[in-house]
Design a binder for this molecule. Structure first.
Ligand code: PMV
Length: 315
């Protein structure tokens, strides 16, 4: 029986979310310990079946439940001229959904890649992004592409729309830990992106200024990670958060978690992803501080927490 599989990673935007939609650069890292896996297996029964946390059944019946995945698979089948294929797609994921950690992009990328492998279509990465983007457009309306690039990358990424993504060369002796905490409220990227677009239309000069400030911070962060200046990078996070807060992307819970980070030895902390819910992360100098902060986030009813060592990104 024919079979194929693919994995993709969760992602963490370090700097530049939202501004990236308006052509500014952003900095993001894959989270290798959070993964989505897609398995495609040939079936003896007729038809196409999909199995995920939310759905198990014939593809045609998931049109309303998982419209983004339905559209991706359908478009792929049209592209390969509708073969009489009988297969089942299994999707497994350890990335929390709608939390700013890139779960939708990871599913879209691994699904497109697994279909490509299953049918032996030899699409290149650019072509696969286009298929994965069919799903992202349904989930996010106007995705910058940052999530897809990062969730399929093995290294930190410097991303700017319509440019080839560059690899971030992190200082080889960079220490420090990132503690992620997810608030109970889902961060719906679509809503946050729409809110920013409306405000930018109403106050173009103000928002241009915000995006420029974020661009400067991102450029500084790249420099600080490259040279291994952890405390300066922490400061970049704090400065980035100030701008995101002015853009009204914070929530009381986000502010509560950020204050906890500030009062407990963090070098800097900010929203990651779209905001209005979803996740934050804090930077600490050492592992005990990271663990202490993770405990505090849990006590403050974070839905999900995760620690990453920055040395994972050095090579
Ligand atoms: O919340 P997430 O993980 O979907 O990240 C969104 C990042 C934005 O910059 C807000 C939107 C985008 O398409 O880049």
């Amino acid at each position: 029986k024919a079979r194929a599989s693919s994995i993709a990673y969760g992602k963490l935007i370090l700097n530049g979310e939202h501004a990236v939609v308006f052509d500014r650069p952003a900095l993001a890292v894959p989270i290798n310990s959070l993964q989505t896996k897609v398995f495609i297996t040939e079936q003896s029964r007729k038809g196409i079946y999909l199995k995920s946390k939310y759905f198990f059944g014939n593809l045609e019946d998931c049109k309303n439940i998982l419209p983004s995945l339905y559209a991706l698979i359908k478009e792929f089948l049209i592209y390969i001229e509708n073969p009489q294929a009988n297969f089942q797609v299994n999707i497994e994921s350890s990335i929390p959904e709608a939390s700013g950690l890139g779960s939708s992009a990871a599913v879209a990328w691994s699904l497109a890649n697994a279909l490509n492998r299953y049918f032996g279509t030899s699409l290149n990465k650019e072509e696969l992004y286009r298929f994965a983007n069919i799903s992202e457009e349904i989930v996010h309306t106007n995705p910058s592409g940052l999530d897809l690039i990062t969730s399929s990358s093995a290294t930190p990424v410097i991303f700017q729309k319509n440019k080839k993504a560059a690899k971030l060369q992190v200082a080889s002796d960079l220490k420090g830990f990132i503690v992620i905490a997810t608030t109970p409220k889902h961060g719906l990227t679509k809503n946050a992106v729409m809110q920013v677009a409306k405000s930018a239309q109403m106050h173009p000069f103000l928002y241009e200024n915000y995006f420029n400030q974020i661009e400067n911070i991102t450029t500084n962060a790249i420099e600080h990670l490259t040279s291994g200046n952890l405390s300066a990078f922490g400061n970049d996070l704090t400065e980035n958060q100030k701008v995101l807060a002015k853009m009204h992307l914070s929530t009381p819970k986000i502010d509560e978690l950020l204050t906890l980070a500030r009062n407990n030895g963090s070098l800097g902390a900010k929203i990651t992803g779209s905001g209005l819910g979803g996740s934050i992360f804090a930077l600490t100098e050492n592992y005990p501080d990271a663990v202490k902060l993770e405990q505090l986030f849990c006590q403050a009813a974070a839905n999900f927490t995760h620690i990453i060592a920055l040395k994972e990104y050095t090579n």
